[in-house]
Design a protein around this ligand. Structure first.
Ligand SMILES: *Cc1c(COP(=O)(O)O)cnc(C)c1O
Length: 236
C-alpha cells in the first residue's frame, strides 16, 4: 500500500479465499482500495457462483453502485436524489439472484459456527498428518502476523512422482484429492509473454501441492483422516 500510494496506483486484493482471515489484525479484503471475495462452491461459504466487491475507498462508491445497477443511476432514483434514471456509464449484470443471495446470507449468519467446525477439522487433520513429515511431506505453516481461516488443507509432497503415487493410492481408496494452481508463466496464454526466467517455487507448488478433501460437512468422527494417513504411509 505504501508503494501504491507513492506511485498513485490502485490495489485490488484477491481475497477470494480470505473470509475470516487477518493480517496483523486487519481483515483481508480491507487493505487494498478494493477487495474481491469469492462465494464459488469451493469456498468456506458459497452460493454456487458469486462474489463480493469490498470498496475501501469512498471515491469509488458512486461509480461502483452505477456499474452494479447495470450502468444506470437507478439507485439514486430510488433514494429520491434524481427524478428519473437512465444510462450514465458502462455496466453489466453482475448481480447474484435473490435466491442465491438468500442461500449465502444464511451461511453468513452462521459464519462463526461454520468456521469453528472448519478450524476443528483442520486442526485434527494437522495433528493426524504431522507424522508425514518423516516422508518429506510438509504441512501448511503460518507466520505470526497471519491467521488460518481453514479454507483448505493441503500437503506439499517432496516430488511430482510422490504426489502422483499418493493421488493414485487415494483413487484406489475412493478418496478424491487434487492438485491445485499451475504455474501461470507456463500456461499457453503466458508463454510468449514470459521472459523465460525460471520460477522454481511456482513450479514446485504446481508439481507438489496436494489438496485433501476438506468441506463443511466432513464428519468429525469418521475414519477419513486415519485412512488418508494410512494410505500415504503405505506409499513408498
Ligand atoms: C476461487 C478463487 C478465485 C476465483 O473466484 P471466482 O468466484 O470463481 O471468480 C480467484 N482467486 C483465488 C485465489 C481463488 O481462490
Amino acid at each position: 500500500m505504501a508503494l501504491a500510494n507513492k506511485y498513485n496506483l490502485f490495489v485490488i486484493e484477491d481475497a477470494a479465499q480470505a473470509i475470516d482471515s487477518f493480517y496483523k489484525g486487519k481483515p483481508l479484503g480491507s487493505i487494498g482500495h478494493f477487495g474481491c471475495f469469492s462465494f464459488h462452491e469451493t469456498k468456506n461459504i458459497q452460493c454456487g457462483e458469486g462474489g463480493m466487491l469490498a470498496i475501501n475507498d469512498d471515491r469509488f462508491f458512486r461509480r461502483a453502485e452505477i456499474i452494479w445497477e447495470k450502468g444506470t443511476n437507478r439507485a439514486e432514483f430510488f433514494r429520491g436524489e434524481v427524478n428519473k434514471y437512465g444510462w450514465v456509464d458502462i455496466g453489466s449484470s453482475f448481480l447474484p439472484s435473490e435466491l442465491a443471495a438468500a442461500f449465502l446470507y444464511a451461511q453468513l449468519e452462521c459464519l462463526d459456527n461454520i468456521q469453528t467446525k472448519r478450524k476443528t477439522l483442520w486442526n485434527r487433520n494437522f495433528k493426524e498428518l504431522e507424522i508425514l513429515k518423516a516422508k518429506g511431506i510438509s504441512l501448511p505453516s503460518f507466520p505470526d502476523f497471519s491467521t488460518n481461516n481453514a479454507h483448505m488443507f493441503y500437503l506439499v509432497c517432496s516430488s511430482l512422482e510422490q504426489r502422483s503415487k499418493i493421488i493414485e493410492a487415494f483413487r484406489r481408496n475412493n478418496i478424491l484429492a487434487v492438485f491445485h494452481y499451475l504455474s501461470l508463466h507456463k500456461s499457453p496464454f503466458s508463454q510468449n509473454k514470459h521472459d523465460g526466467i525460471e520460477l522454481l517455487e511456482s513450479d514446485r507448488y504446481s508439481d507438489c501441492l496436494l489438496r485433501l478433501p476438506f468441506y463443511n460437512n466432513l464428519d468429525l468422527n469418521n475414519k477419513h483422516i486415519s485412512i488418508i494417513s494410512k494410505v500415504i504411509a503405505d506409499v513408498n
